[in-house]
Design a protein around this ligand. Structure first.
Ligand code: GLN
Length: 249
């Protein structure tokens, strides 16, 4: 039987900067090349909960503080459902502003606090307008796959992980969560938070496949091994960026 995945894209209109939409396209393409059907649910402000529940994989991108405030209200209303999806182990990728949302709070440069969903035990604060934003190409090592993910970060917020929350990886280049502790992102169940835009999945096809495989395994309750694709072009692009960053990947 032909397999299929429903991808839920949270707030595509508001939470989508630095090419985050590319993550959706990559998942769709890599599935298509393997004859796996995909459907995308666009979960905009006021979305129908039934649509969220039907998803096998969730994506949410980053935004400026202004958009985050608009989304915060809507997302807080739907917190229970999103939390139960995350607790059930439905895989998800949450970038930058979205990653910050999953934590306890995000304190803006002006001191205003946006309450988070408290699904990830972390908090984020921007130390103030006169501190620099953390901007640039970046790389970190994801231990489980022994794979270096590369991308681009641009955030004013500094994120600090609470007790028992695993980082997504160790910073190889760039700033990561807070430019201090050498950690990048966070993992909870099968949900991944990261600061890397870029977008992250086209630049890191091994991780894109990891998400697809996890989503299929959870949906079909069986071990999945994905057909190998020719990633020569992607690998060349990765090598070019690694060279620019002065790192080995
Ligand atoms: N507004 C947040 C910050 O600057 C998130 C930015 C983003 O998503 N790129 O920290």
């Amino acid at each position: 039987m032909k397999k299929s995945l429903t991808i839920g894209w949270l707030y595509p209109e508001l939470m989508n900067i630095y090419g985050d939409r590319g993550n959706v396209f990559v998942l769709q393409k890599r599935c298509k090349w393997r004859n796996i059907d995909t459907k995308v649910k666009y979960l905009n402000l006021g979305f129908d909960l039934k649509d969220l529940i039907s998803c096998d994989l969730i994506l949410m991108g980053g935004a400026q503080d202004k958009q985050q405030q608009a989304v915060a209200k809507d997302l807080t209303k739907n917190k229970d459902k999103l939390q139960s999806i995350i607790e059930k182990g439905i895989p998800g990728l949450y970038i930058c502003g979205a990653y910050q949302f999953l934590g306890n709070f995000y304190k803006e440069a002006n001191g205003q606090k946006i309450k988070g969903l408290s699904i990830f035990n972390l908090y984020t604060q921007n130390p103030g307008e006169d501190t620099k934003r953390l901007i640039g190409n970046a790389a970190f090592k994801f231990g489980e796959l022994d794979y270096t993910l590369i991308g681009f970060e641009n955030h004013g917020g500094r994120t600090f992980l609470g007790k028992n929350l695993m980082p997504f990886g160790k910073v190889v280049k760039g700033f990561g969560n807070n430019a201090e502790d050498g950690l990048e992102g966070a993992i909870y169940k099968n949900s991944f938070g990261t600061y890397l835009h870029g977008p992250i999945l086209p630049k890191n096809p091994v991780f894109a496949d990891y998400l697809i495989q996890k989503a299929l395994e959870i949906k079909y309750k069986e071990k999945i091994s994905l057909e190998k694709l020719d990633d020569a072009i992607e690998e060349n692009a990765r090598l070019a960026i690694a060279k620019r960053l002065g790192i080995e990947i």
